[in-house]
Design a protein around this ligand. Structure first.
Ligand code: AMP
Ligand code: ZN
Length: 432
C-alpha cells in the first residue's frame, strides 16, 4: 500500500524535524542564487536565521513575476554543468519561467511521482498510457519516469491523436492512464463514435486526472464513463510538475508531500495565513531540490486545508481540490465567478454532454454572460419543449450557484472548439 512507508506515515513531529533539516539545506542553496542572495542581503538575513516555517515567513513571497524577471539564471543554485534538464512554464505570452534540475533532483521527483502512482494502486503489472504532452510541459516526462520507476509498461503516446489513443487502449489493454479531465470527457465521445463502450470494451481501471481545474462532478462522470477510478493529481512546473499533491484511495482531498515542500495557504489579498477549511492561495517552498530552490512561491491556486486525519494513515497534510486560480476568476456585473462553479453545475446534469464554453460580452455597457453547452445528441431528436425545459433548468441551477443569470444556449455535440492542451473555458470578449 505504501511506496515509502516510513516517510508516508511519519509522525508529525518527525516530519517537522525532517522539514527543518531540509529547509536548512534549501536556504543554503538559495543563498547561492543571485535572486535570493540579493534579497537576503537587502533584508539583512543570514541563512542561519531561518530554521523553521515561522522564520521563513519573515521572507517575502516569490512570485511568477520574480521568476520571469530572474530569467534565465537568477534562480540557479548549482553550476550549469550539474544541470541535466530544464522545464519551462506553459505560459504562451511574455518571458518564460525556467526550472533547472540536477540529476539528483530528477531522481527525487521520479520517486515522488512513483509514490503517488503506487498510492492509488498502479503496479508493475499495469500498462500505463501517458496521454499528456511530452516536452517542456512537465505532465509528460514527469509522470513518465514515475511510471517507469514502478516498473509499469509505460506508453509515451503523448497528447492528442485520438484514433491512435483508442487503438493503443484496445490493443495493449491499457489499465492505467494519465489524462486531462477535459480530454477524458471528449475521448469518451470519440470512443463511442467508433462503436465501442469505454467501460465494457476497454480495460482502464485507474485514471490520473489533473493539470487543470475540474469539479467532483466531472470526476464522477469520468469514473462512470470508463468504469475506472479517477484520482486528482496536482502539480505545477515551478514545483517540479506532477506529484506535488495527490489523492489517496479515499479520494477525500489531496495529500501534499511535506517531505518535498513546506505548505502555506494564505489570503490572496492580505497574505495572512488561512484557518483550516478557509479557501486561500497555496504557497509552497521546495525543500528537496538543489538546482532551483524557490521560497514561498505564490502558486495562484486556490484551495483549503483538510485537517481531519486520513484513514489511509498518511500524515502529510491534505488540501481540497483546486477551486480555481486567483487569476482565472472573472467578474460579471460585480459578481466574482470561477469557471469551476459553472462546470460543477453542468456536469451534475445528466443530459449535458462533455464540452461547454463561457462567453463574456458587453452590450450597451452591460455584461452579458453566455454559457454554451453541448448536450447529448439523442436530445436533439426529441421534442422542442423538452429542450426548452432543459435550457431553463440549466439556467436556474447556474443562477443559484453563481448568483448571476446567464444566457444559456444548447448546442449539438462536437460543435464547440476543443484544444489539444488544457481546456480554455472562458472567452472574454468584453472591451473595457
Ligand atoms: P503548469 O506549470 O503549466 O504545469 O501548470 C500548473 C497549473 O495547472 C497549476 O498551477 C494549476 O493552476 C493547474 N493544475 C495542475 N493540476 C491541477 C489539478 N489537479 N487541479 C486543478 N488545477 C491544476
Ligand atoms: Zn489518505
Amino acid at each position: 500500500m505504501y511506496w515509502e512507508k516510513d516517510l508516508e506515515i511519519m509522525p508529525r513531529e518527525e516530519l517537522v524535524k525532517l522539514q527543518r533539516e531540509r529547509l536548512h539545506k534549501t536556504i543554503l542553496q538559495a543563498a547561492k542564487t543571485p535572486f535570493y542572495r540579493k534579497q537576503f542581503a537587502k533584508l539583512h538575513i543570514t541563512p542561519e536565521s531561518i530554521q523553521t516555517l515561522e522564520d521563513l515567513q519573515n521572507l517575502p513571497f516569490t512570485t511568477k513575476e520574480d521568476l520571469r524577471q530572474g530569467f534565465p539564471f537568477k534562480f540557479l543554485a548549482v553550476p550549469l554543468e550539474e544541470v541535466v534538464r530544464l522545464h519551462s512554464s506553459s505560459g504562451t505570452t511574455g518571458v518564460p519561467t525556467v526550472i533547472y534540475h540536477s540529476a539528483e533532483d530528477l531522481d527525487r521527483w521520479t520517486n515522488q511521482v512513483a509514490r503517488c502512482l503506487y498510492m492509488v494502486g498502479v503496479r508493475k503489472t499495469d500498462v500505463f498510457q501517458n496521454m499528456m504532452s511530452y516536452g517542456l510541459f512537465t505532465g509528460g516526462l514527469g509522470m513518465h519516469y514515475g511510471a517507469e520507476r514502478l516498473g509499469a509498461l509505460t506508453i509515451p503516446i503523448g497528447a492528442g491523436n485520438s484514433k491512435r489513443q483508442i487503438w493503443f487502449l484496445q490493443f495493449f489493454k491499457t489499465t492505467a492512464a494519465h489524462i486531462l479531465p477535459s480530454y477524458a470527457l471528449l475521448l469518451a465521445n470519440l470512443i463511442k463514435s467508433e462503436g465501442l463502450d469505454p467501460k465494457k470494451d476497454l480495460n482502464l481501471r485507474i485514471m490520473l486526472i489533473g493539470a487543470e481545474p475540474h469539479s467532483e462532478e466531472t470526476r464522477q462522470r469520468i469514473e462512470e464513463l470508463y468504469g475506472a477510478k479517477a484520482y486528482n493529481s496536482y502539480g505545477l512546473s515551478e514545483m517540479n510538475g506532477p506529484g506535488v499533491a495527490f489523492e489517496c484511495p479515499y479520494q477525500n482531498g489531496m495529500h501534499l508531500w511535506e517531505d518535498y515542500y513546506l505548505l502555506e495557504i494564505v489570503n490572496p489579498q492580505t497574505g495572512e495565513p488561512c484557518a483550516s477549511g478557509e479557501v486561500g492561495e497555496i504557497v509552497l517552498t521546495t525543500i528537496y531540490r538543489d538546482a532551483t530552490p524557490i521560497l514561498r512561491y505564490r502558486t495562484r491556486d486556490l484551495a483549503s486545508f483538510i485537517d481531519e486525519p486520513c484513514p489511509c494513515g498518511r500524515t502529510h497534510r491534505r488540501i481540497s481540490r483546486i477551486q480555481g486560480r486567483s487569476d482565472d476568476m472573472f467578474i460579471v456585473r460585480g459578481v466574482n465567478i470561477f469557471p469551476i462553479q459553472v462546470e460543477k453545475v453542468l456536469m451534475g446534469i445528466p443530459e449535458v454532454g462533455t464540452n461547454y464554453r463561457i462567453v463574456l460580452e458587453r452590450e450597451d455597457y452591460r455584461d452579458v454572460m453566455r454559457v454554451e453547452v453541448e448536450i447529448k445528441s439523442e436530445l436533439f431528436l426529441g421534442d422542442l419543449q423538452k429542450l426548452e425545459r432543459l435550457r431553463e433548468r440549466i439556467q436556474s441551477e447556474l443562477r443559484s450557484e453563481i448568483l448571476v443569470t446567464p444566457e444559456v444556449s444548447l448546442v449539438e455535440p462536437g460543435t464547440l472548439p476543443t484544444q489539444e492542451g488544457k481546456a480554455q473555458r472562458v472567452l472574454d470578449q468584453r472591451k473595457f
